[in-house]
Design a protein around this ligand. Structure first.
Ligand SMILES: CCCCCCCCCCCCC/C=C/C(=O)SCCNC(=O)CCNC(=O)[C@H](O)C(C)(C)COP(=O)(O)OP(=O)(O)OC[C@H]1O[C@@H](n2cnc3c(N)ncnc32)[C@H](O)[C@@H]1OP(=O)(O)O
Length: 311
């Protein structure tokens, strides 16, 4: 059941059959919804009742068949940094759940409490060839498109620190629940001499508003959970041990809303940004490749890495 992904066509077919209708077909036609690629194969996914995971086990997925709620746990120790393999696994999992017509929601969380995700693996952009970083960036774009453009209810259960790419993942979800306490979240790219791409900046603006987003992005601010709640960067706080339970309760509330109306409404607001990235994908890759391989940026990345190691 979980071994194939057939891309857009199968989603369209499965849902137009399961939902019985013209409305779904029109919806997909209008919104070019879901993963943006053709025939794809999930990297050796092993189905085992309710629990399955990718071959490398860097992303663990379990699904409650009764409620249709899947939990996606990032499992890339020590800090769930997003390397190429991780981005591919996440995208595959998101697409697989998207294509699973019994799945209605996904909760994204970390297998290792205290760190939700440390963002992009900095080593993936340090002293790598231009072609390598270009491919890496495209993997990030594709993963983001699959999560941000998902028909599912997507909930980030942020059970720890969530800087940069961790915040990007959270912002791509519909709702964010974060652990109380000393944990931080934000887009700190400028601190590394990096510039967040337009599609990431826009999601920050959409979530916290222009003024706060502009300021946060310029200074590369990392906020505590309390401040993030105050800004609207996260929607709810919970003790770290309760984040998952609170997320499940919240998802159940969301699932009281009919899927079709909820998903169409979501897509109506997200379509412009999804389309913009699809249209400007190559330009965005080129900017990333050219900027990150610049010597001055490489030196900043090196200094940042040294700071991290010395901590
Ligand atoms: C018009 C111009 C346009 C220009 C465009 C230019 C390019 C645009 C690029 C834009 C990119 C945007 C998108 C996102 C970017 C990113 O995500 S960059 C990554 C930023 N991440 C961080 O700054 C987080 C750094 N990490 C931490 O702060 C901490 O590790 C933590 C997450 C708070 C956890 O702390 P703790 O539990 O104490 O663990 P540590 O001991 O710090 O770390 C353990 C080991 O892991 C290594 N590490 C940590 N983070 C990363 C990482 N992101 N990548 C790689 N490695 C990481 C850390 O060094 C430790 O290693 P060891 O010392 O070897 O154990």
């Amino acid at each position: 059941m979980y071994s194939f992904i057939l891309g857009n066509e199968s989603i369209k077919m499965a849902l137009s059959v399961s939902a019985g209708g013209r409305v779904w077909r029109k919806f997909f036609k209008t919104f070019n919804f879901g993963p943006n690629s053709a025939l794809k194969r999930f990297p050796t996914c092993t189905a085992n009742g309710r629990l399955y995971s990718s071959s490398s086990d860097n992303v663990l997925v379990s699904k409650d068949e009764k409620s249709g709620i899947a939990t996606v746990r990032m499992n890339n120790p020590p800090v769930n940094s997003l390397n190429s393999a991780m981005l591919v696994s996440l995208r595959s999992c998101f697409e697989e759940l998207e294509n699973d017509k019994s799945c209605r929601a996904l909760i994204l969380t970390s297998q290792k409490p205290k760190v939700f995700c440390a963002g992009l693996d900095i080593l993936e952009i340090y002293r790598k060839s231009p072609d390598y970083v270009a491919q890496f960036w495209e993997k990030l774009q594709d993963m983001w498109l699959s999560l941000y453009g998902s028909r599912l209810v997507t909930m980030a259960a942020i059970n720890g620190h969530s800087p940069a790419g961790g915040c990007l993942l959270s912002l791509a979800c519909d709702y964010r629940i974060m652990a109380e306490g000393k944990f931080t979240i934000g887009l700190n790219e400028t601190q590394l001499d990096l510039v967040a791409p337009f599609w990431l900046r826009q999601t920050m603006v959409d979530v916290i508003g222009y003024r706060q987003a502009e300021m946060a992005l310029m200074i590369g601010a990392l906020y505590t959970s309390n401040k993030a709640l105050q800004l609207g960067l996260v929607d709810k706080l919970a003790p770290i041990e309760d984040v998952q339970t609170v997320a499940e309760e919240e998802v159940k509330n969301w699932l009281k809303i009919p899927d079709q109306a909820r998903a169409i409404t979501k897509m109506a607001s997200r379509k412009p940004l999804l389309d913009e990235l699809r249209k400007r994908k190559q330009e965005d890759i080129q900017t990333f490749r050219d900027e990150t391989t610049r010597e001055s940026v490489q030196i900043s990345i090196q200094q940042y890495l040294e700071k991290l190691k010395a901590k």
